[in-house]
Every structure is written in C-alpha cells, then in structure tokens.
Design a protein around this ligand. Structure first.
Ligand code: URA
Length: 252
C-alpha cells in the first residue's frame, strides 16, 4: 500500500528526508485543512489520486500516471540524447515525470500518438508481440504502392502482421501528418507488430517510399485532431486496458 511520505516524494521530486522534515513541521494538510503528518500513513490505490495542500499550494498525489503525447517531428523518443531534442522533454510538467516510460518508439521523422506510462507491467503488455495491439499510421508517399503478395515478408524475413492497408485521399489524412510537396499518394495502414522502421520498410517492399508518417491510433486509442504537436493529455490506460489478454499463445 503506498505510504504518504513515498507518494509525496514521488509527486514533488523532493527527497524522502525533505518530505519527513516538512511533515514533522506540519506543512501538509488534506483538502479539508486537516494536518497530515504521519509519514507511514497508508493510502489505498483506490483513494488516489488525492488532493493535498503543501504550504497552501495544491498538490495531487498520484500512484500511477499515463498520458498520450502528440510527438512532434524532429525529436527522438529516448529519454536522454546527447545530440537531439527528446519527446520526453515535452512531458516536463506531467505528474510523476521521472517515472514515465514510452510505450514503444517512433522514429525522429515520425509524428503522432506516443503513449507513456509509469506502470512497467502495463508497458510490457502494451508493447509485447503476444498482445499484438493494432497501430494505425497515416502516410504520405512519393509513389503508389502495389498490393502485398500473400506470403509478404520484409528483406530480413520478418512477416508484418498487416490488418489493413488502404489507398486514401489527401483529405482523409489526419491533420497531424506533415504534407511535404513530394508526397503525392496517401495511405492508411494498421499493423499489429512494432519492428524498427517497420512501416517505412513495408512501403519500400511494396515499391513505394514514405515521405511523411504519423501514428494516429494505438490499441484503439486515437490521436484527437485538435491535439497540437508537443501537447500531452492525461489518459487512464489502466481503465482502457483492464482485462487485456494475449492474442497469441506462448510457444510451448
Ligand atoms: N514504422 C516506421 O517506419 N517508423 C515509425 O516511427 C513507426 C513505425
């Protein structure tokens, strides 16, 4: 059961020592104004998030947190990178920022929906091939693509799990897709696999070329058309994926 001092440290970035000191000094109160000074007070996850007041300033105590970011172009998914700006930097004002991890990756030149969560178990399920969650992308292409053959595989032998692949008009594309002048054809593609550069490699194998790429949905969660690049929105991934079970049985 989460303890008050641990939760306060996780949610404020203060050390456990600083938290213990401020609790002893009576600087924390609940929403009704009652002093909270028992560091070991157990707060059941069902009672969280919970509003408290630290020196009269409101603080929300979260036990876990998830969000959806509209990843801008030109930033890497990594948490730290010596050369490039990171998608993680867009989340600096999010609760439990230091514990957030990306649900999979998008290339530097891909924009769109990137989920983040503090829950490692959930993260594992959302990315593991056994759960095969669908990922939908909108793509601007330099050339038309051919239909995939029945035994379609990439040059390394990987067989993408393709759910849908359709030609689309420019008007049907999500507004978060960049429109480069050399993108003359458009497509929507849904795959249940998440390999490195997979969508770009699929279109290359189908005699086309991805110029612009945007992820518009992941596991049934869609990117709102009014969510600006770099903006994040809170999301209860726990509620959304409660009861998620594998599509593929484990190998014997
Ligand atoms: N496939 C790609 O090629 N790039 C991405 O960023 C995601 C899927």
């Amino acid at each position: 059961m989460p303890r008050l001092d641990v939760l306060l440290a996780r949610n404020t970035g203060l050390s456990r020592k600083q938290v213990k000191r401020l609790l002893r000094a009576g600087r924390l109160r609940d929403a009704a104004g009652q002093r909270l000074d028992d560091a070991a007070l157990a707060l059941p996850p069902t009672a969280l998030p919970r509003d408290v007041l630290l020196d009269d300033a409101p603080v929300k105590l979260h036990h876990r947190f998830s969000l959806a970011l509209n990843k801008p172009l030109g930033v890497v998914t990594a948490q730290r990178d010596a050369r490039h700006e990171t998608a993680y930097a867009c989340l600096h004002d999010a609760p439990l920022y230091r514990e957030l991890r990306g649900v999979g990756r998008l290339d530097k030149d891909t924009s769109g929906l990137l989920l983040w969560t503090t829950d490692g178990t959930l993260l594992h399920k959302l990315t593991h091939p056994r759960y095969g969650l669908p990922r939908t992308y909108h793509a601007g292409l330099a050339r038309p693509f051919i239909a995939p053959p029945p035994d379609f595989e990439l040059d390394d032998g990987h067989r993408p799990v393709l759910t849908t692949l359709t030609r689309e008009s420019a008007d049907a594309m999500h507004p978060a897709l960049r429109r480069s002048p050399n993108a003359t054809h458009f497509a929507s593609i849904t795959i249940r696999t998440g390999r490195f550069h997979e969508v770009r490699r699929i279109f290359a194998a189908l005699q086309s070329e991805v110029v612009d790429l945007c992820r518009v949905a992941y596991g049934g969660i869609t990117l709102p058309t009014d969510q600006a690049a770099g903006e994040w929105r809170a999301l209860d991934l726990h509620a959304q994926f409660r009861g998620l079970s594998p599509r593929v049985a484990p190998a014997p």
